[in-house]
Design a protein. Structure first.
Length: 162
């Protein structure tokens, strides 16, 4: 066995060793998944509470936006929507557009994203039977659909702005 001389630079001797552990990217992603599943369970509970047996909705009060101290960019919001949709399929399956938008709004708000629920009526035809569509917005950005809802629908209801 040969002993090799170990050289330590003078800067290395002065640099304190950091003992704090860094969370790996896998750990961060696991935390996101756990938070998303918790938000999905709470959104499912909220949807069950606000939807009546006759199919009507009582959307007076929305869940509080939790942990809103950090700003969320459009990219982070879209990623949260994708995770919530996956959790939605696992917890409640596929939902109609209104239930889907209620679920997403409640879930995003539980994740700290101040989302709002919107309901619109088709511009054409001007007389019944016109269709209705629900969507979710974060600020001015529509995050629940790629349809041009602002061009095709007149907003008739908005909630969750508190």
């Amino acid at each position: 066995m040969v002993d090799l001389p170990l050289r330590v630079s003078s800067t290395a001797r002065r640099t304190p060793v950091r003992r704090a552990r860094r969370v790996s990217s896998e750990g961060i992603e696991m935390l996101r998944v756990i938070k998303t599943m918790r938000a999905a369970r709470e959104a499912r509970r909220f949807l069950a509470e606000v939807k009546g047996a006759d199919g009507s909705y009582r959307l007076d009060e929305w869940p509080e936006t939790r942990g809103g101290g950090r700003g969320r960019g459009a990219r982070n919001t879209r990623a949260a929507v994708a995770r919530l949709r996956f959790a939605q399929r696992l917890t409640v399956g596929f939902l109609d557009p209104v239930d889907d938008s209620v679920f997403l709004t409640a879930g995003l708000r539980r994740l700290g994203i101040p989302a709002t629920f919107h309901l619109g009526r088709e511009l054409a035809p001007a007389k019944p039977p016109a269709g209705y569509f629900a969507w979710v917005q974060h600020g001015d950005e529509v995050v629940s659909t790629s349809l041009p809802v602002r061009d095709e629908y007149i907003e008739i209801h908005r909630s969750g702005t508190k």
